[in-house]
Ligand binder design. Structure first.
Ligand SMILES: [Fe+2]
Length: 198
């Protein structure tokens, strides 16, 4: 019996839609190669677990669980990341209701953005910066190291930015802060609002 397998969703916009914030070259590599590798890694771990159950192979569970956590979280975070973005807009407005929520939770929209950028810059090596929602609707900024460390269980990511070097190095070299600052022009605020509401 074959259990669950995951697939890479196609982008809902063109590879060059996020320019000049994120180049077509990065988008092609990031989505088609890096993200696909996480999907493949997650599926390989799931397949190995199934073979272990039927005794076809002896599985090192500690190692497979580590692979599954890393790759599956990598896949799920990228799925949110692509949908959290939309075509570049010079003046990228957010819904009024979202601005109100950010003011309620962070004092001002600028304070939220500053905290998000600073937390993104402070991620050690590779990881993510996220706006998350708890079960009561409170919003906070958190970090994830790699794809699966430092997360808070049960908190729903509503806005995530990938701060692995593969996300920005071709365009920004080592200036992660510039990438984080410019990224606001491609954030799909309507998608963020929808994730908060559901
Ligand atoms: Fe990535």
């Amino acid at each position: 019996m074959q259990g669950v397998r995951y697939t890479l969703s196609p982008l809902t916009y063109d590879y060059d839609a996020l320019q000049p914030v994120i180049s077509k070259e990065i988008m092609k590599l990031h989505h088609d190669k890096h993200h696909q590798a996480y999907v493949n890694g997650a599926n390989a771990a799931l397949e190995l677990l199934e073979k272990g159950r039927t005794g076809v192979v002896i599985v090192n569970l500690k190692s497979v669980m580590r692979d599954l956590s890393f790759n599956l979280n990598g896949h799920l975070l990228h799925e949110i990341f692509w949908k959290n973005m939309r075509k570049y807009q010079d003046k990228n407005e957010m819904p009024e209701k979202l601005a109100e929520l950010l003011i309620k939770n962070f004092g001002s929209v600028d304070a939220f953005k500053k905290e998000f950028v600073e937390a993104g810059k402070a991620v050690e090596a590779s990881g993510w910066v996220m706006l998350v929602k708890d079960s009561e609707g409170n919003l906070m900024v958190t970090q994830v190291q790699n794809h699966n460390l430092l997360g808070v269980t049960g908190f729903k990511p509503v806005l995530v930015n990938d701060v692995w070097e593969h996300a920005y190095y071709l365009d920004y070299t080592n200036d992660r802060g510039a990438y984080l600052e410019k990224w606001w022009n491609v954030v799909n605020w309507d998608d963020v609002m929808e994730r908060i509401n559901t």
